[in-house]
Design a protein around this ligand. Structure first.
Ligand SMILES: Cc1cc2nc3c(=O)[nH]c(=O)nc-3n(C[C@H](O)[C@H](O)[C@H](O)COP(=O)(O)O)c2cc1C
Length: 183
């Protein structure tokens, strides 16, 4: 059976991040041939084009992990109606030096949870714009705009009963998307 290593990029560094919890809970909905590796974007320096010729070890690690991944899973909060700076910083790092982006062709899914009623919809649209430019084939439907509410997670940290059917459906589509596009 073919194995699919997925690089997970969470757009929040917060210890109790809902988005990290969501990413972890979603992994439990995936089939056994899928494994999920969380990338550490909190250690990255601020992107500076002057450093392109001598990238930090954390940048090299990020790019190596994306290179070996067969798919991407972005799970991000919305900050001021866009994506958090830490996420953009990571995306920029892995897109450079010019011509050496590691993003192109990696099938991706986009998810997000926020306390606001629109559930990261605008952040996700901004992220989709960036991913389109970087030639990342991104699952279009179903969209998942999730509001952080009591019961989103059960006591074991899995997706709670009210959201489980919808998010299992999302995962099933994501799995099919990755299998269709992964090299
Ligand atoms: C700088 C900042 C900007 C925010 N802007 C938005 C926003 O535009 N829309 C929204 O729904 N929530 C916004 N929030 C609230 C986040 O949804 C909330 O902090 C959420 O818990 C962040 O995700 P996390 O739990 O994964 O860290 C903002 C929070 C911060 C810290």
């Amino acid at each position: 059976m073919s194995q699919y290593q997925i690089a997970v990029i969470v757009g929040s560094l917060r210890r109790e991040s809902f988005n990290r919890k969501l990413a972890e809970a979603m992994a439990n909905l995936a089939p056994s041939e899928f494994t999920f590796q969380h990338l550490d974007i909190g250690e990255l320096p601020l992107y500076n084009q002057d450093d392109d010729a001598s990238p930090a070890a954390s940048v090299q690690r990020l790019k190596a992990d994306i290179r070996t991944a067969r798919g991407l899973l972005f799970v991000t909060p919305e900050y001021n109606r866009s994506i958090p700076g830490v996420l953009k910083n990571a995306i920029d790092h892995a897109s450079r030096p010019y011509g050496q982006s590691v993003w192109a062709g990696k099938p991706a899914g986009v998810l997000g949870v926020s306390v606001g009623a629109i559930g990261t919809a605008l952040a996700q649209q901004h992220l989709r714009n960036i991913l389109a430019y970087l030639d990342v084939p991104t699952l279009g439907q179903p969209e998942a705009f999730i509001q952080a509410k009591e019961g989103l997670f059960d006591e074991a940290g899995n997706i709670g009963a009210d959201s489980r059917v919808f998010l299992q459906g999302w995962m099933d589509r994501y799995v099919a998307w990755v299998k269709q596009h992964a090299v």
